[in-house]
Design a protein. Sequence first.
Length: 485
Amino acid sequence: MQPFSDYLRELLQTKQITVSALSRLTGIERTTLSRALTGQRVLPYAVLDKLVYHLRLTPREERMLHTCYDAQFERETVRRSWERVDRLFADLAELDFTTPAFETVQLLLDLDGYAKKRSIFRGATNIQPLLRMVLTEELNRPDARVELTVPPTDIFLTGELLHRCLSGQMNGEVEQIIAFDASGSAEEINLYNLECFCRILPICLLSKRRYHPYYYYDNCVTAWYTDPFPYFLATHTCVVCLSEDGGQAMLLRGADQVACYHRYFQTLLSRCHSLTQYTTDPLEILDAYQRCTEKDGFYMAMDQPCFGRFYSEELIRTYLRGDLPFFEEILQSAKTRFATLRQVSKFYTMFTMDGLRRFVENGTLDDYPVQVVTPFSPEDRLWLMQALAAAIRSGDVVGRMMMDGVFPGYLSICTSENSGVGFFTTEQFPLSQGICSVQIWEPDLCRAFHSWLLHLPGSEKTLTAEETAEALEALLTAKRKEGSL
């Protein structure tokens, strides 16, 4: 995000107005404006309206001016956490799910042929082939199991696991222990911990629930001076020990050594917390949504808007399939869920034009498969869209249309500051049938994702409330002319 001083200077150049002229028009002292333009002075909030008026700012420019102004008072760690989450979701939005045209990695040697009598390896050009061989040989076993701790700087192993998820080669269970940084105050967002999680979330989503991350807190995660190889990767047949910087590795292949590290990993695991919880059960997913909803607030981003604020019990019973074997249980769960959404005072729904069009055209919900919820009728689609537009205009709902590429179209996120964050794959997810969820409760990560979603409505990554309502109404008008509604 641009500093306020840079954006104000950009506006002056765009509008072709000098500092002196702006000073005369607004009544703000010239020296005050000059210092604001160099970042040496914060302008009083009351003068922003004068700037908006005399610079003839568009609604988008006005919002950007306020966003940059407000950012002057945000903590640097919060701004950086938004940028990291932005990058995570932008990368997920661009993720290529197509099957590779050919396998780019072909092992020309087995582990015995590559390692020979060596046990110590130095440098990425020697260590990376070693790790790739060990993973490949293990994941080809029917009982594949990988136990893993990695240096904080590792990118290679994370990339290898992600590649295997995308290429359908994640055939075993992978358990990973991550050391989270315990330094800093409880209210701050720890950027190190956020970075660790952002690296592994794609694997969590793509692994078909075969990847299991765990964490513990450590006051020092940057150096273990007494152990040259504090990290390791253990399989059925060998252990690769890794240095702090990942620049050295030691290969152990004795049966007693492998057994020792396996027992050690299990001991460590017993002292750790599970970072995620997976589920594909519709009832459990409804419950997960409920647990990630605060008593007085609902916060969600997804390709489609959430219409849950407008679902009556009659509407729920109409579209929930009556032939479900667990109909009564899911009906009661849905009633409880949407009664909560009708009552919360803060209702945030971030969505995209693509998701909106899809709902208007076929009436299906991305986060509920047609095996559970039948498509909405054209009349009810029209009513829900009109209700949402009116609620956005009135301020009852904070609804914003996200720009393309801000959020992946196959994912939804429901956040809370203290009650957990849920990531839910939708019917648009290319690699699986149905929906599943990845849930986290680690407080630091919950604050990071909740803060990110809260800042979206005022950012340049969404339309304004007025623009969003207009987009809803314009789509409805177009569909009426086509005769599809």
